[in-house]
Write a protein that binds this ligand. Structure first.
Ligand code: GRF
Length: 205
């Protein structure tokens, strides 16, 4: 089995990144985490990746000012340099341009802490509580230019319990995230979940 070479992009603590690293240790897992890239040098997940013996890179978006394209070209250069096949966004807090998304289309996935298409964007747990939904959850999806909108690969729900706070609800959802992200990456790496953008180029390497 040729394992797919995966990069994980983070901005923060990296607990989903860690779940992917752990899952990829299994011999029969079809993907290998080759690189972790952070857009913030202070991202705590970087140290966790280094401890796990994984190559890390920092592409600090602030050094590129408002030049989003230059930031993304630097990011892309890191991915190319490591021969990456699949990119996993895991708490990566930068919006990616249509150029970058098209370049990695079908090979770029994200985890979102809500049952998409509900609660796109930020503060999903707070908004789920305010809306009074009975179930909440997490979704792994292919990335398309519109934020949090691509085809769903895996989704799992949890109950919202009386007395839940943002903290208790997010902890319950996070457990699900750590389970479904490795499942979704497996499906993509095995070619069992695919996505080709309509009329788009999917492999513009
Ligand atoms: C997760 O809830 C993820 O779904 C969201 O940001 C959070 C990142 O957490 N996009 P971590 O850095 O993976 O611990």
């Amino acid at each position: 089995m040729t394992k797919k070479r995966v990069a994980v992009l983070i901005s923060g603590r990296g607990s989903n990144m860690t779940a992917l690293i752990e899952a990829a240790k299994a011999q029969d897992y079809p993907a290998e985490i080759m690189l972790v890239v952070a857009n913030l040098p202070a991202a705590p997940g970087l140290a966790r990746a280094r401890q796990a013996g994984i190559a890390t890179a920092i592409v600090d978006h602030r050094t590129f000012g408002s030049d989003r394209e230059a930031f993304e070209r630097a990011l892309d250069a890191q991915l190319q340099a490591h021969g990456i096949d699949i990119v996993c966004l895991a708490g990566f807090m930068r919006l990616l341009s249509p150029w970058f998304v098209a370049r990695w289309s079908g090979r770029l996935i994200n985890i979102h802490p809500a049952l998409l298409p509900q609660f796109k964007g930020l503060h999903t747990h707070r908004r789920a509580l305010a809306a009074g939904v009975k179930r909440h959850g997490a979704t792994v999806h292919f990335v398309v230019p519109e934020t949090d909108s691509g085809p769903i690969i895996v989704q799992e729900s949890v109950p919202v319990i009386d007395g839940d706070t943002e903290e208790t609800l997010s902890a319950r959802v996070l457990e699900v995230e750590h389970r479904i992200y490795p499942q979704a990456l497996r499906l993509v790496a095995e070619g069992l979940a695919t996505f080709a953008a309509a009329g788009g180029e999917t492999a513009a390497r």
